[in-house]
Design a protein around this ligand. Structure first.
Ligand SMILES: Cc1cc2nc3c(=O)[nH]c(=O)nc-3n(C[C@H](O)[C@H](O)[C@H](O)COP(=O)(O)OP(=O)(O)OC[C@H]3O[C@@H](n4cnc5c(N)ncnc54)[C@H](O)[C@@H]3O)c2cc1C
Ligand code: FES
Length: 263
């Protein structure tokens, strides 16, 4: 059921979503059939030189049961090469990897996305809906041009609340400011799921602790193998006894309870 596959997956489409944002879809039934929301794949285009390591990307959605979708920003060597891949090329793809967001049956959910950290949430929100959970989704970005998946998230959420740093869409400010304000005004018993930049995750951790809510954070770390072999993705954390420790992001994560990570 949870087998990992290493595929040369045919690329069905790789399109620009505007600005530095892209969406790629590949045919990968072996991965799509067992993937859970929050998991990731290590990917690279087939023809990208022998030296390029695969990069980690959250599974953004499963389409028609056997198509994997990823959303990405072209920011460096690997992602710029990825942006050049064409339909008909193949993607080297290992997955699904890592753990997944827990689904707490019968509990309300809050989703907090920052920037390209929105990537795992079309998948998670759909799975939550299948469990009759309709999350309140908070989504923050730099400006209106940086918002992707808006229509889909709107459909899959009880409510979608947008915030932008420059005020060009939704609330003017950080998404965690409006999350905090909302929770202060109307306390909700809900499980928080968050993915985004470290400062956003640190704020979510603080807010969750203050409100006594469980929070699960999808952590990002540069990865070499994605398989727990190279020891290249340590995340500082705390053991149940309060001792400092390190977790391997790829193997023990990427999803961690906010109480065990140091941010
Ligand atoms: C579990 C996981 C899931 C991810 N999911 C997605 C996703 O769905 N979409 C997406 O766009 N990105 C995602 N990322 C980040 C993505 O893996 C990196 O953006 C990618 O590896 C950059 O590769 P590159 O060769 O283009 O950049 P590089 O040339 O390697 O680096 C370019 C610049 O980006 C910085 N950088 C590289 N990797 C990271 C990182 N992980 N975090 C912060 N800064 C980084 C470098 O320090 C450098 O400044 C995820 C990362 C992890 C660990
Ligand atoms: S990336 Fe190699 S151990 Fe995590």
């Amino acid at each position: 059921m949870f087998a990992r596959a290493d595929l040369k997956a045919p690329i069905l489409e790789n399109i620009s979503l505007g600005g530095k944002y892209y969406r790629i879809r590949v045919l990968a039934p072996e991965i799509a059939s067992s993937a859970r929301a929050g998991q990731f794949c290590m990917i690279r285009p087939e023809y990208s030189g022998e030296s390029l390591l695969r990069r980690p990307f959250s599974i953004a959605a499963i389409r028609d049961h056997d198509i994997l979708e990823f959303a990405y920003t072209a920011i460096g060597v690997g992602t710029r090469l990825l942006a050049q891949a064409k339909a008909g090329d193949r993607l080297l793809c290992v997955g699904p990897l890592g753990n997944s967001f827990p689904i707490a049956e019968g509990s309300a959910a809050i989703v907090v996305a920052g920037g390209i950290g929105v990537a795992p949430f079309p998948f998670l929100n759909r799975v939550l809906n299948q469990h009759r959970i309709f999350p309140v989704t908070y989504y923050g970005a730099r400006s209106a041009d940086d918002l992707i998946y808006i229509e889909e998230l709107n459909q899959l959420s009880e409510k979608l609340i947008v915030a932008t740093d420059d005020g060009s869409a939704g609330f003017h400010g950080f998404v965690t400011q409006i999350l905090e304000r909302d929770l202060e005004q109307h306390h909700r018993d809900a499980v928080i799921h968050a993915c985004g930049p470290h400062p956003m995750l640190a704020a979510v951790k603080r807010i969750a602790e203050r409100c006594g809510l469980p929070a699960y954070l999808s952590m990002e770390e540069t990865m070499g193998c994605g398989l727990g072999i190279c020891i290249g993705c340590p995340i500082p954390g705390i053991t149940p006894d309060g001792e400092n420790t390190y977790f391997l992001c790829c193997k023990e994560g990427p999803i961690f309870p906010s109480s065990v990570v140091v941010l």
